[in-house]
Design a protein around this ligand. Structure first.
Ligand code: ZN
Length: 123
């Protein structure tokens, strides 16, 4: 029999997991909180943010987008475990926008050759 654990993140989102142990609870909540704690735009401070998944050129992009200023926070995908984590730095270790929140730039969406698109780094 599992135990239900609820946790509030970001002031308005509830995470609920059903788990068999406290260790599992922490693992599950950790994974979800990594993504769903992002409820405030890092660029303009608005709380009008929403999850966004889009597909382009065969890749899925997992993001949180701000409805107020159109900034977005991209998530990188882990190679194993199907997990996501906020992408706050680029390949060179430089900070992306404000804590990962950056304005949509058309140039990033242009087709590329030789590997995955630049804003969907596989780690
Ligand atoms: Zn914003």
């Amino acid at each position: 029999m599992g135990t239900k654990v609820r946790m509030q993140v970001g002031g308005k989102t509830w995470l609920e997991v059903e788990v068999g142990s406290v260790k599992d609870a922490l693992k599950e909540l950790s994974d979800y909180a990594e993504v769903f704690s992002e409820t405030t735009c890092g660029s303009c401070g608005s709380q009008e943010v929403r999850p966004l998944v889009r597909t382009a050129r065969g890749y899925e992009f997992y993001e949180v987008a701000c409805l107020a200023c159109k900034a977005k926070l991209s998530f990188s995908q882990t190679r194993e475990g199907d997990k996501l984590f906020p992408k706050r730095r680029d390949q060179n270790g430089d900070e992306i926008g404000k804590n990962g929140w950056h304005q949509y730039e058309k140039s990033h969406e242009q087709p590329q050759t030789g590997g995955p698109p630049s804003d969907n780094e596989w780690v």
